[in-house]
Design a protein around this ligand. Structure first.
Ligand SMILES: [Mn+2]
Length: 363
């Protein structure tokens, strides 16, 4: 059995008799197989994957091909599913479920059907903890995804330069061109909806591109490709037209804030420390209260995973966490700047997986 699945089995045995996984992302993590429906059951060091007629054959093929862990027992999820599940779980007293995912209705169905055992919360936490530390294979997927994303930034800068003189050049057009470029250059999807917002809208941390012309001033692009199911994430703010002194000050403050965070990032750092370090720079430059989000989030199969760099996080960050470092300053009604890299945390420091320049690009 693969090391991560062994870990899951061990964690489950420490806390209960079994674990039921229903969320697509956790099923995908365990089985390396993408499906819209199915059930993973972990019990006594064994993993069973129930999946319905639409996926059953492909799942068996993935197992034969060695894409899926060969020790997973793939079974057909049919009309007798609950009967089969109850048989598989017979004798269990405590069964972990995904407390962060299950709807009230689904919980009730399982809870009422499996009447011989107690369903206990904690399944989501176990999975989040294991998924937080990336394997070599996961790392190489994220690195590939970020390579495509870096390439897309180069493309975007050139595309903006080539088209900015057109009156009908819109944020939406830029977004679509970036999306198409990522997909044409090896991405198997987008990590999230690309943000490309300009002028006053750059003050909106997660503003959406619209069918409006790209305007003068700051233009923030926050985007990421997906590769092998894994996300990347980067943000660059460029300037359309010459920036004034205050714009330069805001940009350099954000850059300095990121540098301050980098000074303290290493395996074992307390999750709040890089956030505090970045925030101190922004506050010290006179922009207290304008950095209204956390410094960073982990990413993997999902764009937002744990652990985080955020105030209030007292836990230490272990080696091989892949996490964003994204300070920002947002001046309401005026403009905003965000700079985001993703890093792999390691002993004594980190590897920056984002290679695009952070010198202010003026177009
Ligand atoms: Mn991010």
């Amino acid at each position: 059995m693969r090391p991560n699945n062994v870990k899951i089995c061990e964690k489950v045995s420490e806390k209960a008799d079994a674990l039921i996984l229903l969320s697509p992302v956790n099923r995908r993590y365990v089985t390396s197989f993408q499906s819209s429906a199915g059930t993973v059951v972990v019990r006594d060091g064994k993993i069973t994957f129930f999946t319905d007629f639409r996926y059953y054959e492909s799942a068996c093929i993935k197992k034969q091909q060695g894409i899926m862990d060969e020790d997973i027992d793939v079974r057909l999820q049919d009309g007798k599913f609950m009967e089969n599940l109850k048989e598989l779980l017979s004798g269990c007293e405590k069964i972990l479920f995904e407390d962060g995912f299950l709807s009230y209705g689904t919980y009730n169905w399982y809870n009422n059907s499996i009447d011989f055992a107690e369903l206990v919360p904690g399944g989501s936490g176990i999975m989040a903890e294991i998924r937080g530390i990336k394997t070599q294979e996961e790392l190489s997927n994220i690195i590939k995804a970020q390579e495509i994303t870096d390439k897309t930034f180069n493309f975007a800068v050139k595309y903006i330069s080539d088209n900015i003189s057109r009156a009908d050049f819109t944020e939406r057009e830029l977004q679509l061109e970036m999306d198409y470029f990522m997909l044409r250059n090896g991405a198997d999807g987008l990590a999230f909806d690309t943000i490309a917002i300009s002028g006053k809208k750059s003050a909106l941390p997660h503003g959406a591109p619209e069918n409006i012309p790209v305007s003068k001033g700051f233009l923030t692009m926050d985007f990421g490709a997906r590769y092998g199911g894994y996300c990347s994430d980067m943000t660059r703010t460029v300037c359309i037209g010459k920036p004034d002194d205050e714009m330069l000050k805001v940009y350099n403050t954000v850059l300095d804030a990121q540098k301050a965070a980098f000074e303290v990032i290493r395996a074992g750092v307390i999750g709040k420390e890089p956030d505090l370090a970045a925030r101190a720079v922004i506050d010290g430059a006179g922009y207290a209260g304008t950095f209204g989000h956390s410094l960073g989030h982990s990413l993997g199969l999902e764009i937002h995973e744990g652990p985080n760099f955020a105030s209030g996080v007292e836990a230490t960050i272990p080696e091989n966490v892949v996490i964003s470092v994204e300070p920002g300053i947002y001046l309401e009604g005026k403009y905003g700047v965000r700079i985001e890299d993703i890093v792999r945390v390691r002993n004594g420091g980190f590897d920056n997986l984002t290679h695009s320049s952070k010198e202010l690009v003026v177009i």
